[in-house]
Design a protein around this ligand. Sequence first.
Ligand code: ATP
Ligand code: MG
Length: 398
Amino acid sequence: MVMQNKKELIEKLTGVHSSKKSYYVALKEKINELLQIKREWEVTFSAVTDLLVFINSDYEIQRVNKAAVDFFTTPESDLLGSKCYKLFYGREEKCSPCIGDQVLNTQKTSYLQSRTRYNRVLDIFAYPAFTEQNKPYGVTYYAKDVTRLIDSIKLASMGEMSAGVAHELNSPLTAIVGNSQLLLREASPDNPHYQLIKDIHTSGIRCQRIIKNLMTFSRQDEFTFEKIDLNTIVKSGLELAAYQIEKSKIDLVVDLYENVPALSGSGNGLEQIIVNLLLNAKDAVEEKMQTEKNGEKGIVTIKTRIHPDNEFAIVDVSDNGHGIEQEHVSQIFNPFYTTKSSGKGTGLGLSVSLGIAQAHGGFIDLDTTVGEGSTFSLILPLDQEAPVKNGTMKMQCD
Ligand SMILES: Nc1ncnc2c1ncn2[C@@H]1O[C@H](COP(=O)(O)OP(=O)(O)OP(=O)(O)O)[C@@H](O)[C@H]1O
Ligand SMILES: [Mg+2]
């Protein structure tokens, strides 16, 4: 009986009614044909650069493509059999509502945009899979990572909002900084109010820096290109930041190379970078001194130099602060990335500074060691043309 079934099965599969030998040759050919079809499907499945995940009605993963394996950084063998809610969200329980249930119940395609594991936003399309009897038995998920798109839309609206706020705050701040400056000129340092006025002035300048970064980020700022002397820019940046550094009892070392050739750039833009880098250095040293309290003297150094091949002018801002973990290095230039407590940092300093440096045809390099400190180097090409014909600078901060 079993033999009879086997014979029938082989005949059905191969379509051959012949001797035993030709059965098996035909069977072998059929198997090869099936393997070829399987391979082709697998190649097609893997060629899709977005995620494909197939689950059964118990939410267990039955099949994944290469993009899904790469996305979840987990070997395929570990993914198969695990639950879809665990895979996508790291959950122990089924999602509520569950898009898979919805698809199985309605037998219709469904769509969901959701923030999943690793903080990634996925556009997820779910399609029902049917048996030969037209019964739904599983769900195919097609998921596309749209994090960048969503983040850029978010950044654009944040930019628009910041532009409005920055614009409104600019005028009252000019009055606060200007008037406190006048009072400081008139008051003698022994005046009991001198320190109070000085603090008002410094806080005003700090707010102006935040506003300036916000305006640059939202592209409300226009920088004019002219011939500039880098050391003069560094000195004016120091005028804005030195007081805050020294007030924090941090030594400030200034080492300016005398023969830096004049370069084409925006004095305001470059000064903004210098101030951002100096204040970051100050914060890093201050934080380290507060946490370690080992009596080590905090030092911030600013230095100008020329690259040995005479193609670049460089400003190095170094500190002996806490340094930056390797895993954070790739994030620190992202807008709104900050490790500082609220009220201490907006996370715009480096992203805006990098945008300004790039608009000058330059860049910002970083050398950092955890526990020892960091050096941020502003690298600007010498003998360059002003990047924008009409002499104004176009920013690129994102
Ligand atoms: N010199 C430095 N040493 C250690 N970490 C630094 C240094 N400079 C920057 N960072 C890290 O990079 C992050 C981003 O810096 P960024 O200047 O963009 O923003 P912020 O200083 O936090 O806020 P903001 O500059 O807008 O006030 C900081 O929060 C900090 O974690
Ligand atoms: Mg900063």
